[in-house]
Design a protein around this ligand. Structure first.
Ligand SMILES: O=c1nc[nH]c2c1ncn2[C@H]1C[C@H](O)[C@@H](COP(=O)(O)OP(=O)(O)OP(=O)(O)O)O1
Ligand SMILES: [Mg+2]
Length: 204
């Protein structure tokens, strides 16, 4: 079975990549399986730059096919923040609760009709010796005034999906994968990954 390395240390992302790629016949490994893999600094100004930094950095070390995900929450009333800084919005890296509280505070006077936002996901696929492939996915919603639901990760509890009348943390992971920014991006990328498999790129 072909092994796909996802250059992430985020457990929530890792679970979604497994759910979406394992049915296609890939064994999914992440950096949680390789605790000695270095932390790659996300110094880019765009999701694409950071996804490339992570994918190229890890592919160079393993000399294998690697996918990286750079994603975040883009809020219209905050001029697109937290954006590429989503993971470290409140200061310390990856403190979901602090990040949510900062967003809720900054949004406290924003009326309902102006609480529009989207999740964005950029994926970079690096096959050693080939040009990287970049795809994107988005998912639209509204920012609530308080958290709802316990599923998912990150900003999911405050991201409301009007057509489902639920937050991203109140739906199942199957439902999330069907509509999410990451699900949409992975479906676009999977054709490229399958082509790489057919070309035999996984064997070299
Ligand atoms: O589906 C999602 N549901 C809720 N929140 C989400 C989602 N997708 C991204 N997010 C948030 C989490 C984090 O605050 C930031 C991603 O930051 P990002 O640097 O891409 O990921 P990360 O640092 O958690 O893991 P890693 O860089 O090892 O892949 O956006
Ligand atoms: Mg990160």
């Amino acid at each position: 079975m072909e092994e796909l390395i996802i250059a992430t240390k985020n457990k929530g992302k890792a679970k979604e990549f497994e759910e979406l790629f394992e049915p296609l016949g890939f064994r999914v490994k992440t950096l949680l399986d390789y605790p000695d893999a270095p932390d790659i600094e996300e110094t880019g100004k765009t999701f694409e730059e950071n996804a490339l930094l992570k994918a190229v950095g890890i592919s160079n070390i393993f000399q294998k096919i690697v996918i990286a995900d750079d994603s975040g929450l883009v809020i219209d009333a905050l001029d697109g923040r937290p954006g590429v800084y989503s993971a470290r919005y409140a200061g310390t890296d990856k403190d979901d609760e602090a990040n949510i509280q900062k967003v809720l505070f900054e949004m406290k006077d924003v009326p309902e009709e102006k609480r529009t936002a989207h999740f964005h996901c950029t994926l970079a696929l690096v096959v050693p010796g080939k040009d990287p492939i970049i795809v994107e996915g988005t998912c639209n919603g509204l920012i609530l005034t308080e958290k709802r639901g316990n599923n998912g990760f990150g900003y999911d509890p405050i991201f409301y999906l009007p057509h489902l009348k639920k937050t991203m943390a109140e739906i199942t992971s199957e439902e999330k994968n069907r509509i999410s920014h990451r699900g949409n991006a992975i479906r676009k990328l999977s054709e490229h990954v399958q082509e790489a498999m057919e070309r035999g790129d996984f064997l070299s």
